[in-house]
Write a protein that binds this ligand. Structure first.
Ligand code: IVH
Length: 677
């Protein structure tokens, strides 16, 4: 077998290093610095070398992420140090008792410093790195013996196959949670629903099911993620003295660390964190079910020790449950703006994680049949994030007698048009088009929605009211409502003030640009991203409307399906009428793209890692984070050499100190507002 030359060996090593770096930029930092095709070209070069010199393939080569053949079964693996569980508290009182026990155990007179993080709803795994190389990944199992899932874990792009930097210990066991990001979970289930395949009941099951695939190629498709949460074995020098020190080191090694992680003092700090976390629970991209508080200093942890299967130095503070049982009082059918018929379970009202739920989606008739839901059944209902509550399953053991099987309808329950079952789709549709009042209502609700034309003062009920009393028939009619002020004031529950609000909101929506306008029109296959891509590419409505199939496909991510849907839309007489009417509206920005959205990459904080710390007074953390992200920043939870800016609110502590030590730019809240808001 031929051997690589020294020059080739050097090339192989630098290709690998480069690929690892781009992987990290893409999957951890969300900031790729090369295009996908450039990445693919580098990857191909490496594969060519490895084909030519198979002896040179190393286990940490980027080519080895999906390299393994399907396994016959999982091999058991012992954890040298048991993987423990956490005890739970559900109230402030119980938390105070935990803190009291900790202080007693440490004979502490001062408040204890805790590292605090979200409790991520996923699967615990242990990653063993030997001299910096990923040796083994094992599930928690029963805490002593787990299953070797190394092949599957290697497919998780954000998990380094080799630790970055140098000076790694001989052996380090990094434990954390593997989870299924909510958006990906939703996409997965949507696709499974559309294909008539089995869905996962929740992201945790999805993570576990995906990891326990014998074929790593399937795991690779699931886009799982990993966040560190605890340390197992450490052999060798340089062990940090605290959890917070460890997270900084792990970030340097490019181990993914949850950005929400913080260091707080005493019960008050824990509670503050819990409240903030609960507020942002719905906006986090992964499912959490509480906060975890851990004594920060490792030497204090040693003093405290363990009880049974859990440490005395850590505690999970759980949020109210988001899966509860109730009964189905009726099954109704909703007709959406595209005519899709969705069966909805009407429920006996039930508190699901602090929200009273009365309806839950059953997705489609096939799902309803698969879950065998009947009126009167006991069901498990689940609410996650902003997602509509859903019926997870029935509790068959509790089924009362005389329940009746549900039959899918043959005509639309709103307009009586025949129900269509499009080929290859599991969703049934009303064939009535915009003559169906439900589809018209849906189309207008979509047009005025926050992410579309964002019309203030025009909620769902008011849209329905305006349609009912004949004041509007299409979205275009909204812009002639100013001439019908008297009729508006006469409407039920409308006063002069709310009419003024409504008219101001409608008038302000003339300032939305082409990208939002395109999305607002509700064209089939044109979601927000496609609308933005089309707007950026064509820049004006005129150019877009004149484009043929080929020209349309010139826009990013526009294929033949989207192009055909656009052409159908422009040709449809009803749509032409609505557009002609909208073209009469004076002084509006819809017909061209806004300047700022064409100049990509010119954001003031592009690529800068920013850390928020302390208490902000003028805005919530989430608002600050959203603003920073819209300026191009990546918001991180801990300060390191790579931090570009720290925004320090009141009572900022260790992170501010560290930023000052490292010479990182620091702004107080007022400074941040002045410069960036
Ligand atoms: S610490 C000895 N931190 O919760 C303490 N666990 O109910 C080790 N989990 O098995 C765990 N998020 O899988 C810790 N931020 C977090 C966590 C977390 C999720 C899981 C973990 C553990 C289970 C215990």
């Amino acid at each position: 077998m031929t051997k690589p030359t020294a020059k080739e060996l050097h090339e192989i090593a630098s290709l690998r290093q480069e690929l690892h770096l781009h992987n990290h930029n893409y999957h951890v930092l969300d900031q790729p610095i090369i295009s996908d095709s450039q990445y693919d070209a580098l990857f191909r070069q490496l594969l060519e070398f490895e084909e030519r010199y198979p002896d040179c393939i190393t286990p940490d080569s980027p080519s080895q992420r999906v390299g393994g053949a399907p396994l016959d079964g999982f091999v058991k693996s012992h954890h040298k140090e048991p993987m423990l569980s956490l005890e739970n508290v559900f109230s402030e009182q119980e938390l105070k008792e935990f803190d009291r026990r900790v202080r007693e155990g440490l004979s502490a007179t001062d408040d204890v410093v805790y590292a605090v993080e979200p409790k991520i709803d996923g699967v615990a795994v242990s990653l063993v790195y030997e001299n910096g190389k990923l040796l083994r990944a094992v599930t928690r199992g029963d805490g002593r013996v787990g299953e070797d899932v190394t092949q599957g874990v290697k497919t998780i792009n954000s998990v380094p196959l080799a630790l970055f930097g140098s000076g790694h210990p001989e052996l380090v066991e990094i434990r954390g949670e593997i989870f299924f990001p909510l958006k990906k979970f939703d996409d997965f289930n949507q696709k499974a629903l559309a294909d008539g395949e089995k869905t996962f009941a929740n992201p945790r099951n999805a993570a576990a099911g995906s990891l326990r695939q014998l074929d790593p190629k399937i795991t690779a498709k699931r886009a799982l993620k990993f966040y560190f949460h605890s340390l197992g074995e450490w052999q060798g020098e340089g062990k940090p003295q605290s959890h917070s020190q460890l997270t900084t080191l792990l970030e340097e090694w490019r181990i993914p660390v949850c950005p929400e992680i913080e260091v707080v003092t005493g019960v008050a700090g824990c509670l503050e964190f819990y409240k903030q976390l609960e507020n942002k629970r719905d906006s986090l991209p992964y499912e959490i079910d509480g906060a975890v508080y851990k004594v920060d200093l490792f030497q204090d942890r040693e003093k405290l020790g363990f009880v049974a299967r859990a440490p005395r130095w850590a505690m999970a503070h759980k949020f109210p449950a988001r899966e509860v049982t109730t009964t189905v009082s009726a099954i109704d059918i909703q007709v959406g703006r595209t005519g899709a018929l969705t069966p909805v379970a009407r429920l006996d009202p039930v508190d699901v994680g602090g929200v009273i739920v009365t309806n839950a989606t059953l997705h489609n008739f096939q799902e309803l049949a698969r879950k065998e839901v009947r009126v009167g059944d006991w069901v498990m209902v689940r609410r996650a994030g902003d997602v509509i509550p859903e019926v997870v399953r029935i509790i068959k053991e509790k089924r009362p007698p005389n329940t009746i099987e549900f039959k899918a309808p043959t005509s639309c329950p709103v307009c009586d048009a025949a129900v269509i079952w499009p080929d290859g789709e599991v969703v049934a549709r009303c064939g009535g088009g915009l003559s169906c009042p439900a589809q018209r209502l849906g189309a207008i609700k979509h047009f005025v929605a926050r992410r579309a034309m964002d019309i203030d003062g025009l909620g769902d009920k008011l849209v329905a009211g305006l349609l009912d009393c004949g004041l509007i028939n299409s979205a275009a009619d909204l812009y002639s409502l100013a001439d019908k002020k008297a009729e508006l004031i006469d409407m039920e529950r409308m006063g002069e003030k709310s009419v003024d609000n409504l008219l101001n909101g409608i008038s302000a929506s003339r300032k939305r640009d082409l990208s939002r306008f395109l999305y607002a029109l509700g064209i089939k296959e044109v979601g927000e991203t496609t609308a933005r891509n089309l707007a950026r590419h064509f820049k004006t409505w005129q150019k877009l409307a004149e484009a043929d199939q080929e020209a349309l496909q010139g826009a990013a991510d526009v294929g033949s399906v989207v192009a055909e849907s656009l052409i159908d839309f422009f040709q449809e007489p009803h749509n032409q009428g609505v557009i002609a009417q909208l073209q009469q509206v004076e002084d509006c920005n819809w017909w061209q793209v806004e300047q700022s959205s064409t100049t990509e990459g010119a954001k003031p904080l592009d690529g800068v890692t920013v850390v928020l710390t302390g208490t902000l007074e003028k805005m919530t953390r989430q608002q600050a984070k959203t603003r920073l992200e819209s300026l191009g920043a990546k918001v991180s939870g801990s300060v390191s050499k790579r931090t570009g800016l720290v925004v320090a609110g009141e009572k900022a502590g260790s992170k501010l100190k560290k930023a000052q030590e490292l010479g990182v730019e620091v702004l107080d809240e007022a400074g941040f507002i002045e410069k960036y808001l």
